[in-house]
Ligand binder design. Structure first.
Ligand code: B16
Ligand code: MG
Length: 218
């Protein structure tokens, strides 16, 4: 199976930022007098910042005024960024750099398609920016995953038809977005929890693009 372009989700695929989102949301929840567990955090993977706060509040039948809601979002991001500013290249997920290097050698253009508004900063901190022809993030789209918009815009920027794009995702909303966009979706899913994908990987360690495309053609 030959693909003309590859699109990577960011959080949970290239870097494990879920732990920092967890710390930040837990602080916000505690300030609001509500609980927030690791299991709750799992439901926020691939979900935008606004939608995440809406969900957390809905789990506790709690509501905030528009200004309180905005203030909580702002504070959550400030706490999250304290951790993001200390990110180091050694926090890139195992096997990602060799995989990106293989794509570069093959001349396959790549993009990021992420819900995060912090994607450019995170890629910069990790030293990964030069690999990507385009970064499509939460600032550049209006419809969140599972809507395919983020991946369709990325395909456009890569000047490739959606059918010729391979997408890597760690969240169900992201898999559904890629499939809705008529792309081939590979789940990065150590817990084997995702469905409706075309292939499954526990991570990139020991995985080559060549072997993966062979698996997808089988
Ligand atoms: P931010 P992805 C998503 O990134 C995260 O999985 C999700 O937990 C987070 O709420 C969302 O980005 C928004 O992030 O607050 O940085 O804008 O997985 O789509 O790369
Ligand atoms: Mg993700």
């Amino acid at each position: 199976m030959a693909f003309k372009a590859v699109i990577f989700d960011l959080d949970g695929v290239l870097v494990d930022t879920a732990k920092y989102h967890f710390i930040a949301w837990q602080k916000i929840a505690s300030e609001l007098g509500i609980s927030f567990s690791k299991a709750d955090n799992e439901h926020l993977k691939g979900v935008s910042r606004v939608k995440s706060l809406e969900l957390i509040l809905s789990w506790h039948n709690k509501s905030l005024s528009p200004s309180e809601f905005e203030a909580a979002l702002k504070r959550k991001n400030e706490i999250y960024l304290e951790y993001i500013y200390t990110l180091q290249p050694n926090e890139i997920m195992p096997g990602v750099v060799p995989f990106l290097e293989e794509l570069k050698k093959l001349g396959i253009p790549i993009a990021v398609g992420s819900a995060s508004k912090n994607a450019p900063l995170i890629l910069d901190k990790l030293g990964l920016t030069p690999y990507f022809k385009s970064i499509v993030d939460g600032n550049s789209v209006s419809k969140a995953k599972p809507d395919p918009e983020v991946f369709l815009v990325a395909a456009q920027k890569l000047e490739t038809a959606p059918e010729d794009c391979l997408v890597f995702e760690d969240a169900q909303a992201g898999i559904d977005a890629a499939v809705a966009g008529k792309m081939t979706a590979v789940a990065i899913d150590p817990e084997h929890q995702l469905k409706n994908h075309h292939a499954h990987l526990v991570g990139f360690e020991g995985v080559s693009y060549h072997s993966l495309t062979q698996l997808l053609s089988a």
